[in-house]
Design a protein around this ligand. Structure first.
Ligand SMILES: Nc1ncnc2c1ncn2[C@@H]1O[C@H](COP(=O)(O)OP(=O)(O)OP(=O)(O)O)[C@@H](O)[C@H]1O
Ligand SMILES: [Mg+2]
Length: 139
């Protein structure tokens, strides 16, 4: 499916709605340039799974955890990970029981994600408008 959003809030609402379609456990792999809106999309997912705290970029922490009522969200940013060894050193899991896993900058590790239960989201700027995004969602 391809969606278009016209501002950050629309992206958050879209992700929150999509969250309802995917029961736990599930993994979301998010692709897009720097500043495309991967973390904004994650904010929406967190909202959809019932988390109302702060969602921030795990650029330096590599993983943030958001405790929800019925699940836990593991939000990864693999931008700074050098290779698969380092990935395992930090305890990376592509999918975990009772968890929602969200991964920014997954490209080098795409082979690690289960065919069943992973959704790929590609966020692209469109129309040279700062706030427009095309969001492609595929399984
Ligand atoms: N339609 C939109 N959807 C999502 N974000 C938008 C949109 N329009 C503008 N923005 C803005 O674009 C920026 C997206 O930043 P965000 O941190 O989510 O990107 P990112 O893809 O996670 O970047 P990084 O690769 O650095 O992790 C935010 O400032 C957000 O407000
Ligand atoms: Mg980000």
């Amino acid at each position: 499916m391809i969606y278009k959003t016209h501002n950050t809030d629309e992206t958050i609402e879209l992700a929150a709605k999509l969250a309802n379609e995917y029961p736990v456990p599930h993994t979301f792999c998010l692709k897009g340039d720097l500043g495309a809106g991967k973390t904004a999309f994650t904010r929406g997912l967190a909202k959809g799974y019932g988390y109302d705290g702060r969602v921030s970029s795990p650029t330096f922490t590599i993983m943030n955890i958001y405790e929800c009522v019925n699940t836990e969200i593991h939000h990864y940013d693999l931008y700074r990970i050098a290779d698969e060894d380092e990935l395992y050193e930090i305890g990376f899991e592509a999918q975990e029981d009772n968890c929602i896993t969200v991964v920014e900058w997954y490209d080098d590790y795409v082979h690690l994600f289960p065919k069943e239960g992973t959704t790929f989201v590609n966020i692209m700027r469109v129309d040279s408008n700062d706030d427009y995004r095309q969001i492609e969602v595929s399984e």
